[in-house]
Ligand binder design. Structure first.
Ligand SMILES: *Cc1c(COP(=O)(O)O)cnc(C)c1O
Length: 230
């Protein structure tokens, strides 16, 4: 990525790249939501992308996110929380976000449910899955997913919409493709008529094509849109 690129050329390049991946996968135009991951980038960078038509933004750090939301209060944006969740941050997340992609345990989910303001709709939840079974990594183990989903179904201020994953870093794109296919299979196996799971949050700057080919409904792109983070 060259330094001379402007936000506008980067945005056009990435929306074009996503549209091409969607078409190559034989999926309908517009069927994949692009989440611009603005963590560690200033509110001015978010505003520049919003002016080009971007609506969905992803943040990983609560305090930083709230600061930007306040500065951008005049815009109608959709905010997605995608970072690890500490229990002392659940209230702020439940109050300031409509989507959370990183729920991986019941205790945190209960707090989000209890703290979701009555004046807002249910909080939309992706359950994060550790598909590569990496030690020390966020995400529920695949074998523990069915029990967690059953517990989450009892929390009426949460709407579980699907699954999210971050594959193990691997230079071979086939490894990410394999992880994405496994997340999709887990989603398909867990989805029922009573509790449909229609969404898959997967794919980042380096692997969005593989994710879209495997059925991603939400891709989370930071670096390719905003440039490198500090
Ligand atoms: C930072 C982050 C991204 C964006 O990663 P890039 O490689 O910069 O596109 C996506 N998802 C999560 C969960 C992240 O923390």
């Amino acid at each position: 990525m060259s330094q001379s690129q402007t936000p506008e050329t980067r945005y056009q390049e990435q929306t074009g790249r996503l549209a091409q991946a969607v078409a190559a996968a034989g999926r309908p135009p517009g069927s994949v939501c692009l989440i611009a991951v603005s963590k560690r980038h200033p509110a001015t960078a978010v505003r520049a992308l919003a002016a080009l038509g971007q609506k969905d933004f992803g943040e990983s750090y609560l305090d930083e996110a709230i600061e930007k939301q306040v500065a951008l209060d005049d815009l109608d944006l959709n905010w997605h929380f995608i970072g690890p969740i500490q229990s002392n941050k659940t209230r702020g997340i439940a109050e300031h976000f409509d989507w959370v992609h990183s729920v991986d345990r019941l205790r945190i989910a209960r707090r989000l449910n209890d703290q979701r303001p009555a004046t807002r709709g249910p909080l939309r939840i992706f359950v994060q899955v550790n598909v590569d079974a990496e030690p020390q990594k966020s995400g529920v183990a695949p074998e523990d997913l069915p029990a967690l989903l059953a517990d989450l179904a009892t929390l009426d201020r949460l709407e579980v919409v699907g699954l999210m994953t971050i594959p193990r870093p691997d230079p071979d794109p086939a490894a990410a493709a394999d992880a994405f296919a496994r997340l999709r299979a887990l989603r398909d196996a867990a989805s029922t008529a009573d509790r449909p799971l229609s969404m898959l949050s997967m794919g980042m700057s380096g692997d969005l094509e593989q994710a879209v080919a495997s059925g991603a409904t939400h891709v989370r792109v930071g670096t390719a849109l905003f440039g490198p983070r500090d």
